[in-house]
Design a protein around this ligand. Structure first.
Ligand code: NAG
Ligand code: NAG
Ligand code: NAG
Ligand code: NAG
Length: 664
């Protein structure tokens, strides 16, 4: 055959191949899992329902925008079946449908009689079970697939693993934060001119990867799920030319050939390898090479120079456009690393609701406290940065001073002024240190917290609801002035400014009932926490302390309310306070107890605003105050009510944070 005819037919063949729709490509069965815990007998209701679930899922899933569906049917132990299906983000409707249509054959033949089955095709996955697994993302069951025994050879297989690892991180970021409604991303890493040699004949020039989460997971949860797979990768797939983690809630695959459709969202180029001296000596020096190198170096230098110049110009333009102030609030990651001795364990001051806090030192600032955020919502880095910069610009004598922020890749750091006296709980709940808190000091602390909150609620440029005010979030400076910390951080979990939030952030015991149960967001929930905090300051007891006595009054709020009703409110004050002079002190104590009770009223409308609180603090006594009714008692058994309404809950009990993500 003549050469033109050959190339023409090749072109035609290529055209034909590229016209084949996605769903006509062969399906590849990846793996399956017959979770063999329990089995059902043939011709039972369970069998019928299991078939029904898979049929329902393959009918509904392709019609959803996220290619994701869950379903359940039947009631009772031997009949109820739950199911879930997900198609890969690059599939089309028909591809998704035909993939899911292939699932039952595997599920009922390979795993015949099994009550809990998961099937993984390359383009879809499905699971059914007698257990309601659909509401609890739990990615512990992971099947490891290494489709090729082929390996990267030579001394640089470690570099190959590192590139796969980098690619997986970038693709995971994209899937978690940039992709909706699906949580899917594909990526490619170009490995450079020389590529990698392998046990096959081919030189590897590209690495391809796909990651995916079920779209009901919040971005941060998706990212964490993928990270848990990623950390195992270099160990499990060392040097392999392909690998997979098949799992329901998130999965991951990489190959050295293209296995997905469409243009990958993530495109990376491997950093160049520094030439080793040993290699060079083997080649005789060629004048042309030398000349080329010199020219090359010159071109590189020139481009570096131009890029620098361009960047400077850009930076100038940026600074002119945006707030000039922002520049000084941004810290460099290297600087913070150095300041904290690379987050040394020795420098760790503690772990709060939003992350660990480290002590550090900056030459031109002095001692600093660095908060390393460990979880944030799905907002992009740019948005997160803007949000933090906004918060950093809030300045008030009763707010911890946020010196700046640093956001670089995974690291999200807040740099605060360091306060040697740490936080209020260190004093208040320590039998020895509590003696240092005279009534005068406590009153000043209450007053300061009220002023700080008022500023957040009304006086700052942006209205901020703290949502997690508690003793450990009140820092004390060297003269025991209170400074509220962690303000503005709750917003990072839930950017919505609506009055109902999908994420509850806070601490049990300090949390207003309408917020804990319904997610209702208003400044009055801070007023509630403030009331609880004032009661703690006056009594020197934690709100979680259990008080002896009859059943009704075993928590701080009910204990206080009991004494209020009995007309003996002063009996509950910290005994350390009652040793001093009486007259004016009693009046102030009574005033604080009274206003605290008003702050913890069940109905938010009955609680005063922070402005009224300050007015009350300036009153001589409590004679003009409204009469409190029975407060909303602390949620001792909040666990049951909690999961009902808000779709996600971030709580901390005793400063241990618990995050729970429910599907939306
Ligand atoms: C199946 O179950 C039995 C007993 O419960 C267990 O010993 C066995 O390892 C299981 N097999 C698989 C493949 O999970
Ligand atoms: C189940 O039902 C089918 C058809 O109704 C029947 O052929 C088969 O024998 C039954 N199997 C058992 C174990 O009862
Ligand atoms: C899904 O969409 C197709 C085409 O629009 C339609 O024929 C089919 O009935 C839909 N299935 C379901 C379960 O809604
Ligand atoms: C399926 O998963 C198991 C468990 O991780 C693994 O040992 C096996 O190699 C996998 N099979 C394939 C074909 O990847």
């Amino acid at each position: 055959m003549a050469a033109p005819a050959l190339s023409l037919s090749l072109v035609l063949l290529w055209l034909l191949l590229s016209m084949i729709p996605n769903h006509c490509r062969a399906l590849e069965l990846m793996n399956w899992s017959c979770n063999n815990g329990s089995s059902y007998a043939p011709n039972t209701t369970y069998e019928t329902n299991a078939h029904r679930i898979l049929a329902t899922l393959s009918a509904t899933t392709p019609n959803t925008s996220a290619f994701f569906a869950t379903a359940s049917t039947g009631r009772g132990a031997d009949a109820a079946v739950w199911g879930l299906a997900l198609c890969r983000g690059d599939t089309d409707r028909a591809g998704c449908a035909s993939c899911l249509a292939a699932v039952p054959a595997v599920a009922f033949n390979e795993c015949g009689g099994d009550m809990d089955v998961t099937v993984f095709y390359d383009r879809c996955l499905a699971r059914f079970s007698f257990d309601d697994f659909t509401a609890r993302p739990d990615n512990t069951e992971v099947l490891i697939g290494s489709p090729s025994a082929d390996r990267i050879t030579g001394s640089d297989s470690g570099r190959f693993d590192a590139l796969v690892y980098d690619l997986a991180g970038a693709v995971a970021d994209w899937a978690a934060y940039n992709s909706t409604p699906r949580r899917y991303a594909a990526g490619v890493m170009a490995t450079g001119e020389n590529g990698f040699t392998s046990t096959t004949e081919d030189v590897v020039h590209n690495i391809y990867s796909v990651v995916e989460c079920t779209p009901d997971q919040a971005p941060a949860a998706c990212r964490a799920c993928l990270e848990a797979l990623r950390v195992d990768m270099p160990k499990v797939f060392a040097g392999r030319m392909g690998g997979r983690f098949d799992a329901v809630w998130c999965n991951f695959r990489y190959e050295t050939f293209v296995f997905f459709d469409g243009d990958p969202a993530v495109k990376l180029v491997a950093p160049p390898v520094r030439p080793q001296n040993g290699n060079k000596r083997r080649h005789p020096i060629n004048p042309a090479t030398v000349l080329a190198s010199i020219l090359g170096a010159f071109v590189i230098l020139l481009s570096v120079f131009i890029i620098c110049l361009w960047r400077k110009l850009q930076a100038k333009r940026y600074a002119a456009e945006k707030d000039v102030d922002s520049g000084s609030l941004l810290f460099d990651l290297a600087t913070i690393r150095k300041a904290t001795d690379n987050f040394a364990e020795d420098n760790k001051l503690g772990h709060g609701g939003f992350g660990a806090v480290y002590k550090g030192f900056l030459p031109d600032v002095g001692e600093i406290a660095v908060k390393r955020l460990d979880k944030t919502s799905g907002q992009g880095l740019e948005q997160l940065r803007n949000e933090l910069l906004l918060v950093a610009k809030l300045r008030h004598n009763n707010l911890a001073k946020l010196l700046g922020v640093c956001i670089k890749g995974e690291e999200k750091l807040l740099v605060y002024e360091y306060l040697p006296n740490r936080s209020l709980d260190n004093f208040l709940f320590d039998p020895e240190k509590r003696r240092q808190l005279s009534w005068e000091t406590r009153y000043r602390i209450i007053h300061g917290i009220a002023r700080g909150l008022l500023y957040l609620h009304e006086d700052s440029q942006i209205k901020i609801i703290h949502r997690d005010l508690k003793a450990s979030n009140v820092l004390l400076d060297s003269s025991m002035n209170p400074k509220i910390s962690d303000f503005g951080l709750a917003r990072l979990f839930d950017g919505t400014k609506t009055t109902v939030t999908s994420q509850v952030v806070g601490t049990l015991g300090y949390m207003a009932p309408e917020y804990a149960v319904l997610g209702h967001l208003s400044v009055k929930l801070d007023v509630y926490s403030f009331g609880v905090l004032v009661l703690e300051i006056v009594t020197g007891r934690k709100n979680t302390d259990v008080f002896n006595g009859d059943d009704e009054s075993n928590h701080l709020l009910s204990y206080v309310w009991d004494h209020w009703l009995k007309g003996t409110p002063l009996e509950i004050a910290d005994v350390l306070l009652l040793c001093g002079s009486q007259g004016p002190l009693d009046r102030e104590l009574l005033k604080c107890l009274h206003l605290a009770l008003l702050c913890v009223q069940e109905n938010p409308a009955d609680r005063p605003t922070m402005l009224s609180v300050l007015v009350m603090l300036h009153d001589v006594d409590n004679t003009s105050f409204a009469l409190p009714s029975k407060p909303a008692f602390a949620f001792a058994d909040v666990g049951n009510t909690m999961s009902s309404s808000p779709s996600a809950v971030v709580l901390s009990i005793n400063d241990v944070s618990i995050s729970e993500f429910h599907p939306r």
